[in-house]
Design a protein around this ligand. Sequence first.
Ligand code: GTP
Ligand code: MG
Length: 197
Amino acid sequence: MANKDQQFVTSAVKAVDFPKSNLPRIAFFGRSNVGKSSLINTLMNRKNLARTSSTPGKTQTVNFYLATDNSYQLVDYPGYGYAKLGKKKRAEINQMIRTTVSEIDNLRGIVQLVDGRIPTQPVDLEFEKFLNQVGVPQMIAVTKTDKVKKSEIGKLENRIEKDFGENVEMVEYLLTSTVSKRGITDLKTWISELTNF
Ligand code: GTP
Ligand code: MG
């Protein structure tokens, strides 16, 4: 198995510092604490490659990680919409996301994470619209579905289709969990189809 140092590429806060690469990339966005870093660890079959925390606001920089077979990179972004950061800092992060996404070399896909345990948040819909305009395939990963009762899953699916379907022509989404591993194989397949050419 590759070690952590070999899989960690770099951290950056400005697009000029983003590493150049010919490797295809998939980037991850979502509210603070939604589970971006956890999902990246799971997709990379690692426990602690990307740092995670139960306190929102853990990821502060844009972090690039390399798949063990060296065929693609996953890009972990700071979370948007974290109330406790204060208005100014929150606006800075939102702005940073908006201005840097199009600067990622070789971006092949976007995964937007939304928390399956709570109602759709307006900021998620704003970012869905913005991320859709980037012009690469977009997947909504509904996270923490291990915390959703089986009897509520159908309702959750309907809500995601309805809410996120208002902004875009076709919503692609997967129910995921890094605990039960639900949806992980499907997400890996989606990523490899976008990065294997
Ligand atoms: P920021 O870096 O702050 O933007 O957060 P993040 O989106 O990277 O979230 P992170 O991966 O750090 O996870 C936040 C918390 O959610 C941690 O306590 C995780 O253990 C927990 N978590 C992540 N995924 C899941 C999941 O599928 N199920 C459950 N139950 N908890 C999860
Ligand atoms: Mg994080």
